[in-house]
Write a protein that binds this ligand. Structure first.
Ligand SMILES: [Zn+2]
Length: 357
């Protein structure tokens, strides 16, 4: 009965989810890539201007090189994404370098693994079913694999992420072929973004019947799913930020971003699909533990974001809350192992294809 109700509800709604994937891709990438020591070979790369054609993205999208005042405005310090700010209020994470300056492959990959979240995939129409994925950005940053139940494709795969990875992998090939290492690595950074996104269970399964209020199914599915999606991402972004700054909880997460195994890659598209299938298998448990750990506060019909006080209370959990914390950290650590395995395998494949070693 519940399933047929769920089908009805999902067809009535157009999910409008704010999709950042993982908040702070740059930090996730920074941690994962400490394992890719061969990148040290590329410590002297000159930043080159953008000379490529890409008609597939937001026509108003601008290429940013360094952190400008304009860029800072994209991440307002309104408490929703406080993880973008240092405690003293200054910005950290993405810094970038100007055209003509020197940078390294490592810095390019870290900084610009955030780039697809800078409105690149907004302001366009791709497909009818983008409406069920939070719009054009969601359509590209999420991928619901074959077999998982969803609107509008029922059991068929939905989302464009594998194609985006393939697209920027080929752009990278174009750049390396003409000796433009800066853009070669920057396009690879975009691929890394999408691979990390599909390692997040909230990006590989549409919703859960647990999020639905049957007396108001449309509003509840949209808002409640978005609330838990956001709190999961912002909570774990801040867990990483805290650990990176030396503060630790009972269940450290950073080690899991270094545990991914390098596996043989057939091609970037297949790797993306395979990564999504792995994280989708965690989704059901992930939704359940999100409700338990973050609590019913997010099960409301208004947008609800976590603030720093609420974060620290959860982070330094005690008693029964700490048992729930272990459960959700264990789950996210599985997603982190999936993410690091995918990114490292992808880089290994790229190094071979583009003869980077
Ligand atoms: Zn994303």
């Amino acid at each position: 009965m519940k399933i047929s109700k769920l089908i009805l509800v999902l067809f009535l709604i157009f999910l409008s989810i704010s999709v950042f994937g993982w908040s702070r891709h740059n930090l996730i990438t920074r941690i994962i890539l400490t394992e890719a020591t061969w990148l040290e070979k590329y410590n002297e790369i000159t930043v080159t201007p953008y000379t490529y054609t890409d008609t597939t993205i937001n026509p108003e999208f601008k290429i940013y090189y360094e952190l400008s005042e304009e860029m800072k405005k994209k991440f307002p310090d309104d408490g929703k994404f406080f993880d973008y700010y240092k405690e003293d209020g200054s910005y950290y994470g993405y810094i970038g370098k100007k055209v003509g300056e020197k940078t390294s492959a490592y810095e390019i990959l870290c900084d610009y693994s955030d780039e697809p979240d800078w409105d690149m995939d907004k302001n366009m129409h791709h497909a009818f079913n983008q409406k069920f994925m939070g719009g054009p950005q969601g359509f590209r940053h999420m991928y619901y694999p074959f077999g998982s139940f969803k609107a509008a494709n029922i059991i068929f795969a939905q989302g464009d992420t594998p194609n985006r990875v393939e697209f920027y992998f080929e752009k990278s090939r174009e750049a390396f072929a003409k000796g433009d290492r800066y853009w070669g690595f920057r396009f690879l950074a975009r691929c890394i973004h999408y691979l990390e996104d599909v390692s997040n269970p909230y990006h590989t399964k549409q919703t859960s019947s647990k999020f639905i209020h049957w007396n108001d199914p449309v509003a509840s599915t949209t808002t409640v799913t978005a609330n838990y999606h956001a709190v999961w991402e912002v909570y774990f972004a801040n867990v990483l930020t805290y650990e990176y700054k030396g503060k630790t909880s009972n269940h450290p997460m950073i080690p899991f971003l270094r545990k991914g195994k390098i596996e043989k890659v057939k091609d970037p598209k297949s790797l993306t699909k395979q990564t999504a299938r792995k994280s989708c298998a965690l989704a059901k448990k992930c939704f359940k533990t999100s409700i338990e750990f973050f609590g019913k506060d997010y099960d409301v019909l208004v947008d609800r974001y976590i603030n720093e006080d609420e974060f620290t209370e959860l982070y330094y959990a005690k008693g029964e809350k700490e048992i729930q914390q272990k459960e959700i950290h264990d789950l996210c650590s599985e997603a982190y192992v999936i993410a690091s395995g995918a990114v490292l395998s992808f880089l290994e494949y790229s190094a071979e294809e583009f003869k980077l070693r």
